[in-house]
Design a protein around this ligand. Structure first.
Ligand code: AMP
Length: 152
């Protein structure tokens, strides 16, 4: 009988085009690199300066990243954002990070988009807020705190 259990964390994510960039097998417009992080311009920019920031660790989804890779990305992102806004003259920008095909992920290697907003150029967002149900929210927040090892 087949095992239909799908693990939340894939053991060995498939190689993607970003591995080839990391290995220097295909070119990129590199803007930043350290031991754990690479950043380069997106080939299909939503606006000039649209930059991708990726961990060198090969993981498909944000929740799979090691603490070390996550910390390195967190350290690099504000620095890269500062450079992007200074170089492009944009004052406004979005940071976008997609996980899963239904969430618009096309390349299954974790990446953060830094997308300057210049007039009409930049990220278009569909945003349809609903009213919070406070009873459901209290239950959900409690379950999240438990999963995150937080006290009630
Ligand atoms: P996502 O939909 O979040 O997975 O976005 C993937 C992004 O990777 C897209 O914005 C693509 O334009 C970008 N991309 C794909 N291949 C390359 C490449 N070889 N160099 C730079 N950016 C790329």
């Amino acid at each position: 009988m087949k095992d239909h259990h799908v693990p939340a964390v894939a053991a060995e994510p498939a190689a993607t085009i970003f591995d080839k960039i990391l290995a220097g097998q295909i070119p990129c417009h590199r803007v930043y690199e350290d031991d754990h992080v690479l950043a380069f311009l997106d080939v299909g920019p939503l606006s000039p300066g649209h930059t991708l920031v990726i961990p060198k660790e090969r993981k498909a989804f944000l929740h799979e990243l090691s603490d070390e890779a996550g910390a390195a990305i967190g350290r690099a992102l504000p620095r890269i954002a500062r450079a992007v806004i200074e170089a492009t003259g944009a004052t406004d920008y979005n940071v976008l990070q997609n996980n899963g095909a239904a969430a618009h992920q096309a390349v299954f290697h974790v990446h953060f988009h830094v997308i300057p907003r210049r007039g009409a150029q930049g990220l278009e967002i569909g945003w349809a807020p609903r009213s919070i149900d406070h009873a459901d929210a209290a239950d959900l927040a409690g379950r999240l705190r438990a999963l995150l090892g937080q006290s009630d």
